[in-house]
Design a protein around this ligand. Structure first.
Ligand SMILES: [Zn+2]
Length: 174
Protein backbone atom coordinates (compact mmCIF):
# COMPACT_ATOMS: atom_id res chain seq x y z
CA UNK A 1 0.00 0.00 0.00
CA UNK A 2 2.55 2.62 1.06
CA UNK A 3 1.77 6.27 1.68
CA UNK A 4 -0.90 8.10 -0.29
CA UNK A 5 0.55 10.47 -2.86
CA UNK A 6 0.16 14.09 -1.89
CA UNK A 7 -0.45 16.71 -4.52
CA UNK A 8 0.03 20.40 -4.15
CA UNK A 9 -1.51 23.29 -6.00
CA UNK A 10 -1.17 27.01 -5.65
CA UNK A 11 -4.17 29.32 -5.85
CA UNK A 12 -4.12 33.10 -6.18
CA UNK A 13 -7.58 34.29 -5.22
CA UNK A 14 -9.45 36.35 -7.80
CA UNK A 15 -11.50 39.25 -6.44
CA UNK A 16 -14.79 37.35 -5.84
CA UNK A 17 -12.93 34.58 -3.99
CA UNK A 18 -10.87 37.14 -2.08
CA UNK A 19 -13.99 38.90 -0.84
CA UNK A 20 -15.48 35.61 0.24
CA UNK A 21 -12.22 34.73 1.99
CA UNK A 22 -12.17 38.03 3.90
CA UNK A 23 -15.76 37.59 5.02
CA UNK A 24 -15.97 33.92 5.97
CA UNK A 25 -12.55 32.28 5.57
CA UNK A 26 -13.81 29.83 3.04
CA UNK A 27 -13.08 28.90 -0.55
CA UNK A 28 -15.30 27.75 -3.38
CA UNK A 29 -15.03 23.96 -3.55
CA UNK A 30 -16.38 21.48 -6.10
CA UNK A 31 -19.27 19.59 -4.50
CA UNK A 32 -17.46 16.26 -4.40
CA UNK A 33 -15.24 14.47 -1.88
CA UNK A 34 -11.72 15.98 -1.78
CA UNK A 35 -10.20 12.47 -1.65
CA UNK A 36 -12.28 10.33 -4.03
CA UNK A 37 -14.73 12.73 -5.79
CA UNK A 38 -17.76 10.77 -4.54
CA UNK A 39 -20.95 12.45 -3.27
CA UNK A 40 -20.49 14.87 -0.34
CA UNK A 41 -21.74 13.90 3.12
CA UNK A 42 -19.72 16.12 5.47
CA UNK A 43 -17.97 19.47 5.36
CA UNK A 44 -14.89 19.62 7.59
CA UNK A 45 -12.56 22.37 8.80
CA UNK A 46 -8.79 22.72 8.37
CA UNK A 47 -6.76 23.88 11.37
CA UNK A 48 -3.23 25.26 11.54
CA UNK A 49 -0.58 22.84 12.88
CA UNK A 50 -0.51 22.79 16.72
CA UNK A 51 1.35 25.75 18.23
CA UNK A 52 4.22 25.67 20.71
CA UNK A 53 4.25 22.25 22.44
CA UNK A 54 0.66 21.86 21.32
CA UNK A 55 -0.48 24.14 24.16
CA UNK A 56 -1.86 26.92 22.02
CA UNK A 57 -5.32 26.65 20.61
CA UNK A 58 -5.15 25.56 17.00
CA UNK A 59 -6.29 28.26 14.66
CA UNK A 60 -9.06 27.39 12.24
CA UNK A 61 -7.79 28.19 8.76
CA UNK A 62 -10.63 27.15 6.58
CA UNK A 63 -14.17 25.78 6.72
CA UNK A 64 -16.34 23.63 4.57
CA UNK A 65 -14.03 21.13 2.85
CA UNK A 66 -16.27 18.48 1.22
CA UNK A 67 -15.87 14.78 2.14
CA UNK A 68 -17.77 11.59 1.41
CA UNK A 69 -19.06 9.31 4.15
CA UNK A 70 -15.93 7.16 4.23
CA UNK A 71 -13.34 9.94 4.19
CA UNK A 72 -15.29 12.30 6.45
CA UNK A 73 -15.18 10.22 9.65
CA UNK A 74 -12.56 12.39 11.35
CA UNK A 75 -13.12 15.90 12.65
CA UNK A 76 -10.40 17.33 10.44
CA UNK A 77 -10.39 17.82 6.68
CA UNK A 78 -8.04 15.69 4.60
CA UNK A 79 -6.48 18.76 3.13
CA UNK A 80 -3.55 20.92 4.23
CA UNK A 81 -3.66 24.64 3.70
CA UNK A 82 -1.07 27.35 3.86
CA UNK A 83 -2.23 30.95 3.51
CA UNK A 84 0.10 33.76 2.52
CA UNK A 85 -1.28 37.26 2.28
CA UNK A 86 1.13 39.23 0.12
CA UNK A 87 -0.91 42.41 0.23
CA UNK A 88 -4.50 43.58 0.64
CA UNK A 89 -5.25 42.30 -2.87
CA UNK A 90 -2.90 39.34 -3.24
CA UNK A 91 -3.63 36.16 -1.31
CA UNK A 92 -1.74 33.01 -2.21
CA UNK A 93 -3.09 29.74 -0.90
CA UNK A 94 -1.19 26.47 -1.13
CA UNK A 95 -3.48 23.43 -1.02
CA UNK A 96 -2.06 20.00 -0.36
CA UNK A 97 -4.38 17.06 -0.83
CA UNK A 98 -4.76 13.60 -2.27
CA UNK A 99 -6.78 14.20 -5.40
CA UNK A 100 -5.25 16.27 -8.17
CA UNK A 101 -8.53 16.75 -10.08
CA UNK A 102 -10.15 18.15 -6.93
CA UNK A 103 -7.25 20.55 -6.38
CA UNK A 104 -7.29 21.78 -9.97
CA UNK A 105 -11.06 22.32 -9.92
CA UNK A 106 -10.72 24.23 -6.65
CA UNK A 107 -8.07 26.42 -8.20
CA UNK A 108 -10.24 27.11 -11.22
CA UNK A 109 -13.24 28.04 -9.05
CA UNK A 110 -11.25 30.50 -6.95
CA UNK A 111 -9.36 32.08 -9.81
CA UNK A 112 -12.54 33.00 -11.67
CA UNK A 113 -13.22 36.72 -12.08
CA UNK A 114 -10.99 39.78 -11.92
CA UNK A 115 -7.45 39.70 -10.62
CA UNK A 116 -6.67 43.03 -8.98
CA UNK A 117 -4.46 45.25 -11.18
CA UNK A 118 -0.75 45.74 -10.44
CA UNK A 119 -1.24 49.15 -8.79
CA UNK A 120 -3.61 47.58 -6.25
CA UNK A 121 -1.70 44.32 -5.86
CA UNK A 122 1.62 46.03 -5.15
CA UNK A 123 0.74 49.64 -4.31
CA UNK A 124 4.37 50.57 -3.60
CA UNK A 125 5.50 49.74 -7.15
CA UNK A 126 5.21 52.12 -10.12
CA UNK A 127 5.07 50.78 -13.70
CA UNK A 128 8.87 50.75 -14.07
CA UNK A 129 9.72 49.63 -10.52
CA UNK A 130 12.54 47.11 -10.15
CA UNK A 131 10.11 45.21 -7.89
CA UNK A 132 8.58 43.68 -11.05
CA UNK A 133 11.90 42.06 -11.90
CA UNK A 134 12.50 40.23 -8.62
CA UNK A 135 10.82 38.37 -5.76
CA UNK A 136 7.06 38.34 -5.24
CA UNK A 137 6.43 41.16 -7.71
CA UNK A 138 8.10 39.31 -10.55
CA UNK A 139 6.43 36.01 -9.68
CA UNK A 140 2.97 37.54 -9.45
CA UNK A 141 3.32 39.56 -12.66
CA UNK A 142 4.64 36.62 -14.68
CA UNK A 143 2.42 33.83 -13.35
CA UNK A 144 -0.77 35.44 -12.10
CA UNK A 145 -1.39 38.77 -13.76
CA UNK A 146 -0.05 37.96 -17.25
CA UNK A 147 -2.06 34.78 -17.66
CA UNK A 148 -5.20 36.54 -16.37
CA UNK A 149 -4.69 39.44 -18.77
CA UNK A 150 -3.93 37.25 -21.78
CA UNK A 151 -7.13 35.29 -21.27
CA UNK A 152 -9.21 38.49 -21.16
CA UNK A 153 -10.86 39.30 -24.54
CA UNK A 154 -10.05 42.85 -25.80
CA UNK A 155 -13.60 44.11 -25.20
CA UNK A 156 -13.41 43.01 -21.59
CA UNK A 157 -10.03 44.64 -21.13
CA UNK A 158 -11.68 48.00 -21.66
CA UNK A 159 -14.38 47.23 -19.10
CA UNK A 160 -11.68 46.09 -16.72
CA UNK A 161 -9.79 49.39 -17.11
CA UNK A 162 -13.07 51.15 -16.46
CA UNK A 163 -13.73 49.18 -13.27
CA UNK A 164 -10.24 49.66 -11.85
CA UNK A 165 -9.43 53.19 -13.12
CA UNK A 166 -5.63 53.21 -13.51
CA UNK A 167 -3.69 56.03 -11.85
CA UNK A 168 -2.14 58.46 -14.38
CA UNK A 169 1.27 56.81 -14.32
CA UNK A 170 -0.30 53.45 -15.24
CA UNK A 171 -2.45 54.70 -18.13
CA UNK A 172 0.10 54.21 -20.92
CA UNK A 173 1.17 50.88 -19.40
CA UNK A 174 -2.40 49.64 -19.70
ZN1 LIG B 1 -14.16 10.18 -0.38
Amino acid sequence: MGYPTLRQTEVFLAVPALERWRKEHSLAFPQECCVCLRAVQRWLPVHAPPGWLGLLRRERLLDGVPHCEEHGRQEEARLLVQVNSWSEWVCQIALIGMNEAFLLRTRELNQTGDMAPPWKAFPGYGPVSSGWRQGNGEYWLAHVWSSFWQRLPPAERQQYAHRWTPPTEWLSWM
